[in-house]
Design a protein around this ligand. Structure first.
Ligand code: SAH
Ligand code: SF4
Ligand code: F3S
Length: 480
């Protein structure tokens, strides 16, 4: 991603004003300090980064880890590290509770290691009430930053190193997109690629637009250049990331749609697979369906969040589609791309949800027959409009949730077997967890297949005959 030699950066003068040069300056400064600490303690300094959220959050963690490694930290999965960073999520209340729970545990570790630095970043930090609570009751935290300034990690860390107590830097929003910083990928053969940041949709239940700021798209040439570099570095599959990829391009100087961006990415030589997430049904164009249909690289999987099947609730959710429009779109997709796997997100217990509303959701589930669905119990998020509306009692929500889950699982079990006996391409991602003579691969439609193989196959695509269906995965054997 970056090819700056930190040894050649002059750190004797003032920090440069512009990015990314400013951060390279601070990376070099931090690296000197870390080398000194390593000499003093007689061991390499370690860093542990934990992701709590979605794929965007995971991609941010790779960027954060990229900076940490560039300055000389060794990555570890142990929380007994010199630097521990939680990249938080706040989309539902239980994401927050997990963070508070684990912070107590970190405090106990820190009592034994006083040089340890504890840092928090991500979506939860963009909520002022959270930061107030941390400042009041979690004073052992050394560094807090948000979603808009992750590229400034080296500079913020330098402030921690030089003695500042609890460094807190939060930006309300940004228009800045800083390119060219180091990234440490989790997988050598596949990678997420941000194509846009933020969200402008303000679904009334959702906190993401408040914590991720306004929607902004990256320039197509920057995206293409990043993917070309990734491919040169061994990546065969990319996942294009955005809260609403179908509105890609709005606000850019060059007029470009998501479908057009896909056409350009398709042309990148050496790239084998393209995925994207998430598609908002309201902006999914016929042109996109056309591109998917024609494409040899775009995977046969579309995540199309429904949220609710009730037109009345969809209106209150500010989703901008009706039950019928959603069904028409899903059926059109299935008709045009018959091997497409459709998945979704559904919320149960949105304020005001009646038995009739819920039955509408069940009806859509039965009609679309999703390959899988993430089902969520509505979580009240402070600051969102729906938080102030009359809530559905828990004892009403839980039985509905169970009914929905049972239906979703029953259908998924039936749908997922449909390719049994065929030969499909699988990208081998890892060794099988349970059987050392098997590898685990991902099919174009996002379903996993386990088949005989060895570690040398990881990162490559093989033709696999699907010999046994097990509900949510297949067993297979290499074909040809
Ligand atoms: N941008 C994506 C979704 C991002 S959040 C989209 O619009 O589809 C991922 C999922 O979390 C959402 O699809 C929604 O189903 C769920 N979600 C968001 N806010 C929620 C809340 N307050 N309670 C329960 N689930 C929620
Ligand atoms: Fe949240 Fe809606 Fe934006 Fe998705 S599109 S992130 S659900 S506000
Ligand atoms: Fe969570 Fe933030 Fe993603 S709130 S779901 S980590 S955008």
């Amino acid at each position: 991603m970056y090819d700056v030699d930190l040894n050649r950066i002059d750190t004797s003068g003032e920090a440069p004003e512009f990015e990314p040069e400013r951060q390279f300056y601070y990376m070099a400064k931090c690296r000197d300090i870390l080398q000194e600490r390593a000499r003093r303690t007689g061991r390499a300094q370690t860093a542990c980064v934990t992701t709590f959220g979605c794929q965007m959050n995971a991609r941010d963690s790779e960027k954060l880890l990229g900076i940490l490694k560039a300055i000389g930290y060794e990555e570890t999965e142990e929380e007994e590290a010199d630097f521990v960073l939680y990249n938080t999520c706040t989309v539902r209340e239980n994401a927050n509770l997990r963070v508070y729970g684990r912070l107590g545990h970190l405090n106990a570790i820190k009592k034994k290691r006083k040089d340890m630095i504890i840092a928090l970043c991500g979506c939860m930090m963009q909520e002022p009430t959270v930061v107030e609570k941390l400042k009041r009751s979690f004073t052992f935290v050394d560094l807090i930053f948000g979603t808009h300034n992750i590229f400034r990690l080296a500079e913020l860390l330098y402030r921690c190193f030089t003695g500042e107590d609890m460094v807190v830097e939060l930006w309300k929003d940004t228009t800045q997109i800083v390119e060219e910083l180091p990234v440490e990928r989790k997988y050598p053969f596949k990678s997420g690629v941000n194509i846009m940041f933020g969200c402008n949709n303000f679904c009334t239940y959702c906190i993401v637009p408040y914590v991720r700021g306004r929607e902004r798209s990256r320039k197509p040439e920057d995206i293409i250049a990043e993917i070309e570099r990734l491919v040169a570095d061994g990546v065969v599959e990319v996942m294009l990331l955005g809260q609403n990829v179908n509105s890609y391009g709005r606000g850019l100087e060059e007029e470009i749609t998501f479908a057009e961006l896909l056409r350009r990415i398709e042309k990148i030589e050496g790239l084998k697979r393209i995925r994207f997430m998430t598609s908002h049904p309201k902006d999914l164009s016929d042109d996109l369906i056309q591109v998917m249909k024609e494409s040899k690289k775009i995977c046969r999987h579309l995540h199309l969040p429904l949220q609710s099947g009730s037109t009345r609730l969809l209106k209150k959710m500010n989703r901008h589609y009706t039950k019928e429009q959603y069904l028409d779109l899903a059926m059109k997709l299935k008709r045009e791309i018959p091997d497409l796997s459709l998945t979704t997100d559904i919320i149960v217990g949105f304020p005001g949800e009646t038995e009739e509303d819920f039955e509408e959701t069940m009806d859509v589930v039965r009609k679309v027959r999703y390959d899988s669905a993430f089902t969520f119990i509505y979580s009240r998020r402070t600051g969102t409009p729906a938080a102030d509306w009359e809530q559905v009692p828990e004892e009403v929500i839980h039985p509905r949730f169970d009914r929905l889950l049972a239906e979703v699982q029953k259908i998924a079990g039936e749908v997922c077997c449909k390719d049994l006996g065929t030969v499909q391409e699988a990208l081998v991602e890892s060794m099988d967890d349970h059987d050392p003579s098997m590898v685990t691969g991902r099919l174009s439609n996002n379903i996993m297949v386990h088949f005989p193989g060895d570690a040398s196959m990881i990162g490559q695509i093989f033709s696999v005959k699907l010999t046994e269906a097990h509900g949510f995965y297949y067993l297979g054997e290499k074909a040809g």
